[in-house]
Design a protein around this ligand. Structure first.
Ligand SMILES: [Zn+2]
Length: 295
């Protein structure tokens, strides 16, 4: 029921206002992709170029950075994919399996439509030489996008509020926005609205020690880390809001905006490094079987 409601909301939101369905919005996804480009190894970069070269889909421009938002552009035509962009780990029950519908037999794997399980599936398809070229291209574009989504804290958390999309918050002097969109776009673009400038600024902050720390773990660990940012920062709004469109907006506490910008910058940097790490592992490795150990 909860997911059906989210699905209906996302579908209508995607049609009425595409930005509402875009984790990080285009600016954040472009910044993640541009950070990742810095760290692709030559073999992975060549494989990415080869995939992009045969992709004639018109949903977005055809370069690596624009393709990072392709999966969001697909939602209007393929509304069933909207739920692939979220894993609703409950604030009061942080369990990825529960959020993904529990363990299912392999034959039922397609039913596991949460962000974590879809990413696992797309990574496997991208790595598998038996995948058809068309399916491999789709898998690549979903990996490119969903690793970004995994690092948007509110795409990994839920408090019975559609991941914050039915909580209205007042920010600055500008008015109100829902909490999910605040994290998708406002927190990103108040750091820097230009994606290229944002990426170069964040890239300059990434140290070798950061990369070493972030280039480890697996998708569930990254999801729980993102969830923890949601729990400690995104949901630190000082109010328990129900899903009521006519309720008064929550005034964000002092210091919330600065904490949100800091957390967003960190998550965008982690996403960029881990997108490259993932593509290097799958497309840039000389030992293809290594991917299976991690997945
Ligand atoms: Zn998305």
């Amino acid at each position: 029921m909860r997911r059906a409601l989210a699905f209906a909301f996302l579908f209508s939101a995607a049609v009425a206002a595409p930005d509402l369905a875009c984790a990080w919005g285009r600016t954040g996804h472009a910044a993640v992709a541009q950070i990742a480009l810095t760290y692709l190894n030559p073999k992975a970069a060549a494989a990415v170029d080869a995939l992009l070269a045969v992709d004639d889909d018109d949903l977005t421009a055809k370069d690596f950075i624009a393709r990072a938002s392709w999966a969001d552009a697909l939602v209007s035509a393929r509304p069933e994919t909207a739920q692939w962009h979220f894993v609703d780990i409950q604030l009061d029950d942080p369990d990825v399996d529960a959020a993904c519908g529990g363990q299912m037999p392999v034959a039922d794997a397609p039913k596991q439509n949460c962000l974590v399980r879809r990413l696992e599936t797309f990574e496997r398809e991208l790595a598998d030489p038996g995948t058809t070229p068309a399916a491999r291209l789709v898998a690549f574009k979903f990996v490119l996008h969903l690793i970004g989504d995994l690092h948007q804290p509110l795409h990994t958390a839920d408090n019975q509020d559609l991941s914050g999309s039915c909580v209205r918050v007042a920010y600055g002097r500008a008015g109100t926005v829902d909490l999910l969109k605040y994290w998708d776009t406002i927190a990103v673009e108040t750091i820097e609205p230009d994606a290229a400038k944002l990426a170069s600024r964040l890239s300059a902050e990434i140290t070798p020690a950061d990369r070493a720390a972030w280039e480890s773990g697996h998708l569930e660990e990254w999801a729980l880390e993102s969830f923890d940012v949601a729990r400690t920062t995104a949901y630190a709004i000082g109010s328990e809001q129900a899903c009521a469109s006519d309720s008064a907006p929550v005034f964000l506490p002092k210091g919330y905006d600065a904490a949100a910008r800091a957390a967003t910058a960190l998550q965008l940097k982690r996403a960029g490094v881990r997108l490259a790490f993932t593509l290097n592992r799958i497309l840039g490795s000389t030992a293809p079987s290594a991917t299976k150990d991690i997945l």
